[in-house]
Design a protein around this ligand. Structure first.
Ligand code: ATP
Ligand code: MG
Length: 529
């Protein structure tokens, strides 16, 4: 068979008409066509399922089907074959309807000339090809439109929704029935209290040919807030007239969140840097005071040594010693803080006779306090050794008692109560000093924070932040009650854990303290591991 020949399915029940058509085709050149002639629609449909035809010449009045029904059945079964309808002279109306229903062309029997026939056949095939290509192209574009993750809304120049892809329906939380309505009627706009007037003006500008882009916040019914990158782009025809507006919007909430986190991290870093420089200036300031005391005292001793009486001399030596002690203390505190900040503080419990420990500590602090202060220590409850970390506990109590002394510049009584009851040890340190303003109370445990009423009382603001860490290492808690001008009470609660209960049993069964200490070391080693 000639490759260039066109295969034609002729469906015609009238033998005369069929013969006439075939003769006309042969007249045009036998080699140009390959014609299969059938008389019934069902036979034609079967043939189409088995063979490929380039064109069908279809008579609508067949023994098994009549009129437009014939066309409907045919195009349902063989939708891709270009179809030319054959009609009787008085059937032109039907033929026109058929053309409106995707038929490529029609021929009126009795008026078919060879040239007309060839022309109609070739054009029908060509038109069908163009239509197929157009459909494929449309199909591809529709696929992209529907499946892109970018949300796209097509608007008329007046802002009415023409089409919305699936991503846009999801983003704007709406359904297909919004087509034909204005964009500003969508619920997301109304919930977000975004001004519809603003959107209308944006659309008007875009209809005038401007491209506009904004970041918006949308709010959903359940108060979920989304950040949207929203743009309106005018689509122009070849004459430059705006025919459609393309609204694109993408959800940038994640980026916004990441941005906010970055800003937060940057702020934290800035605060940290500020804290570091505060720390440096604080520490240098705290060192400068005792150092200038030492310098002045040394200069006086050097220049006027012979003129000074013994009591005067020992007064200056005393000042030097106090200043050195202060610097030593500050250095210890800074080093201790450095270790706690690096997470290097260890909880290493040993058995302690709490009453003895606290009483010694009270005496030491009483000695270093001025004569204006009196520390009254009281112990209540079971007098049995308990497992605590000696260093951490010393740090906690020394700091709280020193603060009580330091922040009671008028002097007075400081009550130090220790209560060992049930499974809890409670330490309470109460002073009648300057007190702490409410606004500062929650911040005192943060590094370097000092209350606004400290005046000229020296300090770095490190003590309580370390105290808190030491308490936490004991899995305890610290609280405070304070009133400006009345006084302050700090309460630390540590729970007596399982090991200390075991040690109590051992004590009661008569073991000596040495073996208990040995046992507690083993226990603490196990705990730290
Ligand atoms: P240092 O690091 O030398 O202890 P500091 O005493 O200033 O310096 P913290 O012990 O951490 O630092 O105390 C923080 C702040 O809490 C103090 O600056 C002070 O304002 C306040 N404060 C602590 N204890 C008392 C108290 N008993 N009475 C009044 N204010 C107190
Ligand atoms: Mg302090």
């Amino acid at each position: 068979m000639n490759k260039a020949s066109i295969s034609i399915l002729l469906v015609e029940d009238n033998p005369t008409d069929a013969k006439l058509l075939q003769q006309t085709l042969w007249h045009l050149g036998k080699e140009k066509w390959r014609v299969v002639h059938l008389e019934r629609l069902n036979d034609a449909l079967k043939a189409c399922s088995k063979n490929v035809f380039d064109l069908v010449l279809l008579d609508l009045s067949l023994p098994d089907s009549q009129g437009l029904n014939t066309l409907a059945k045919f195009s349902t079964t063989a939708p891709n074959i270009p179809t030319v309808v054959l009609t009787e002279f008085d059937d032109e109306n039907i033929a026109l309807q058929a053309v409106a229903n995707s038929v490529q062309d029609y021929l009126v029997k009795g008026q078919i000339t060879p040239n007309l026939l060839e022309h109609v056949i070739r054009y029908a095939i060509e038109r069908r090809q163009i239509l197929n290509e157009l459909r494929e192209c449309q199909h591809r574009l529709q696929g992209v439109f529907e499946q892109t993750s970018q949300s796209i809304v097509l608007l008329s120049c007046k802002g009415m929704i023409v089409e919305m892809n699936q991503s846009a329906l999801n983003l704007w939380r709406t359904q297909q029935d919004c087509v034909g309505k204005p964009l500003w009627s969508l619920e997301s706009w109304n919930l977000s209290s975004l001004n519809p007037g603003w959107l209308k003006s944006i659309i008007a500008k875009a209809a005038d040919g401007e491209f506009l882009r904004h970041e918006l916040q949308l709010r959903s019914a359940n108060d979920f807030i989304q950040w949207i990158d929203f743009s309106v782009r005018p689509l122009k025809d070849e004459t430059g007239k705006v025919v459609l507006l393309i609204v694109e919007a993408c959800d940038v909430s994640e980026q916004k969140r990441a941005e906010a986190e970055m800003i937060k991290a940057w702020q934290q870093e800035r605060e940290l840097n500020e804290m570091k420089s505060n720390f440096v200036s604080m520490v240098s300031h705290e060192f400068r005071n005792p150092m200038s005391v030492i310098r002045t005292a040394v200069e006086l001793l050097e220049s006027y040594n012979h003129q000074l009486s013994d009591p005067q001399r020992s007064k200056y030596f005393g000042k030097i010693q106090t200043a050195i002690r202060q610097m030593q203390q500050l250095l210890d505190e800074v080093l201790f803080w450095g270790r706690s900040d690096a997470g290097k503080l260890q909880y290493e419990p040993t058995l302690q006779d709490l009453e003895h420990f606290c009483s010694e500590l009270t005496q030491t602090l009483q000695l270093s306090a001025s004569g204006k202060h009196q520390i009254i220590f009281r112990f209540q409850g079971k007098r049995t050794p308990v497992l605590v970390d000696e260093n951490l506990l010393r740090y906690i109590l020394t700091n709280l008692l020193s603060n009580a002394i330091k922040y009671s510049p008028q002097g007075g009584v400081i009550r130090f109560d220790v209560i060992c009851q049930d499974d809890t040890i409670t330490f309470q340190i109460q002073d009648s000093g300057i007190g702490i303003p409410i606004k500062d109370q929650q911040l005192l445990f943060e590094t370097f924070h000092r209350a606004s009423n400290v005046g000229t009382i020296p300090g770095t603001g490190l003590g309580l932040s370390i105290v808190k860490k030491c308490v936490e290492l004991h899995q305890g808690q610290i609280d405070l009650e304070s009133q400006v001008g009345v006084g302050t009470t700090f309460t630390v609660k540590l729970s007596l854990n399982h090991q200390s209960l075991q040690s109590l049993e051992l004590i009661e069964s008569g073991s000596d303290l040495q073996s208990l200490k040995h046992k507690s070391h083993r226990l603490s080693a196990g705990k730290n591991a």
